[in-house]
Design a protein around this ligand. Structure first.
Ligand SMILES: O=C(O)C1=C[C@@H](OP(=O)(O)O)[C@@H](O)[C@H](O)C1
Ligand SMILES: C=C(OP(=O)(O)O)C(=O)O
Length: 460
């Protein structure tokens, strides 16, 4: 997997262009986590190809290794990493000898919590400084409601649970119960934690969410024969007549649409550009960015290219620089492009008029407060941008963007947004603390450079 992200790396970015070429982006982070997890819980050996090599997926793999799964990686991030996984089966996890370190990855911590509350051994989940500030009550409450013994620590917000999370063992005669849970937020991490815990529960797991969040867990469970029914934003897992096992599998991970969004944005923002991105995952629960861009009449062309492992649709995406219109983004479209909102805001700076982003308050509890940091970044670049409680307004136009000096705040999406904005700004943009980009998109700067971007990585 990728080398550890050094906090001292920075990028120098200059107005570049045109950006041209045909590329692939790293494998989808969300699908990667789940493929590693399901491989570790399989009976037999699995092969997962096309992983990103990112540090977030590595944290999930390492946690499963510590509980007995054998996972070997080969290959390079630039061409896709392959994992060979010897699974331990649903009843084969063993107590880890130390804490499980989720690094920067909220997905790792929240999904693992679902697995761990069902075990007869205790565990402790820790994370880095950014993850330690993220709210965990959203999983603690429902996992407790079905009998899990899990708690975080107190922190900034009264009644909230923050990492580290402590999970006490189920007693010999205890089992998780069935649950019907109406989630107050559309969150695939919450839904997945509950569905995973449901694999060991004595009764059905029903989860409903306000709008359908990414459904990779459901797709994989169905492919593995887990008895699951989905009805729009509602899913039910009923393990009653099920033999509680699956065999090893061979899966290919599609390219990450969340990573591809930065490359699309670079193509839209830099004059004269035309970029072809192959093998992009286009699961409809993830394509909010494509739908929003189409609504803005942005020059983006999507050609379906079948399915990865029969589960996840993939497509070729072509993007060109040309004028596009402003938009209003909100509701379920935000759920379907949640991690792309910062780069989408950067795209809006070049739309001809005022765009508005609403219903995006979840961005405040990601790796950083992405609403406030993105709005500040745009203002520093000379854009008329007003931060709102749940979003921002952005007055787009053709006036020159000013180069800025930005820190990532340890947030990969902020670092990549700043770099792409820098490609379309006058002067030299400096992005500090870019080691975090290795969590999801190892080789990001190299890939941009291969398209003609002027981006230099140096150790600060
Ligand atoms: O389940 C997943 O893989 C993810 C779900 C999303 O988080 P939420 O579930 O908190 O919305 C997303 O922001 C994150 O990057 C990955
Ligand atoms: C929010 C993100 O990930 P996670 O929740 O796994 O830390 C992200 O990748 O943008």
């Amino acid at each position: 997997m990728a080398s550890t992200g050094s906090e001292t790396k920075r990028w120098r970015v200059r107005a570049s262009g045109p950006l041209r070429g045909q590329v692939r982006v790293p494998g989808d982070k969300s699908i990667g986590h789940r493929a590693l997890l399901f491989g570790a819980l399989a009976e037999g050996t699995s092969t997962v190809r096309g992983l990103s090599g990112g540090l977030d997926n590595a944290a999930t793999a390492e946690a499963m290794r510590q509980m007995g799964a054998r996972i070997e990686f080969s290959g390079e991030p630039a061409t896709g990493v392959t994992a060979k996984i010897a699974g331990v089966g649903l009843d084969g996890l063993k107590m880890p000898s130390g804490v499980l370190d989720c690094g920067n990855s909220g997905t790792t911590m929240r999904m693992l919590a679902g697995v761990l509350v069902a075990q007869k051994f205790g565990t402790r989940l820790i994370g880095d400084a950014s993850l330690t500030r993220r709210p965990m009550r959203r999983i603690v409450d429902p996992l407790r409601a079905r009998g899990g013994h899990i708690a975080g620590v107190k922190g900034a917000k009264e009644g909230e649970h923050y990492p580290p999370l402590s999970v006490a063992p189920l007693l010999p005669d205890e089992k998780l119960t069935g649950i019907e849970y109406q989630s107050p937020i559309a969150s695939a991490q919450v839904k997945s934690a509950l569905l995973l815990s449901g694999l060991w529960a004595d009764g059905p797991t029903a989860v409903a969410e306000p709008t359908l969040s990414r459904d990779h867990t459901e797709r994989m469970m169905l492919a593995l024969g887990v008895p699951l029914q989905t009805m729009g934003p509602m899913v039910v897992l009923d393990p009653e007549e099920w033999d509680r096992r699956w065999d090893g599998f061979e899966w290919d991970v599609p390219g990450d649409i969340s990573g591809a969004a930065f490359i699309m944005a670079a193509g839209l923002l830099v004059p004269g550009s035309e970029i072809v991105i192959d093998n992009v995952g286009t699961n409809p629960t993830r394509t909010g960015i494509l739908d929003a861009l189409r609504a803005m009449r942005a020059p983006i062309f999507i050609t379906p290219r079948g399915d990865a492992a029969g589960m996840e649709p993939i497509a070729q995406v072509v993007v060109r620089h040309a004028p596009y219109s402003p938009t209003r983004l909100g509701g379920e479209l935000v759920t379907r492009m949640i991690d792309e909102v910062p780069i989408f805001a950067a795209i809006c700076t070049r739309a001809g008029g005022a765009s508005e982003i609403r219903d995006a308050e979840e961005l405040r509890v990601k790796e950083s407060d992405r609403l406030s940091i993105t709005a500040n970044m745009l203002r520093d670049a000379g854009v008329d941008c007003v931060e709102l409680r749940d979003g921002m307004t952005i007055h787009g136009g053709t006036g020159a963007l000013r180069a800025t000096r930005v820190t990532s705040h340890g947030d990969h999406r902020i670092a990549m947004t700043a770099a792409v904005l820098g490609l379309a700004s006058e002067g030299e943009t400096i992005v500090q603390d870019v080691g975090c980009v290795d969590t999801s998109f190892p080789g990001f700067a190299d890939l941009l450079r291969s398209l003609g971007a002027d981006i230099v990585e140096e150790t600060a």
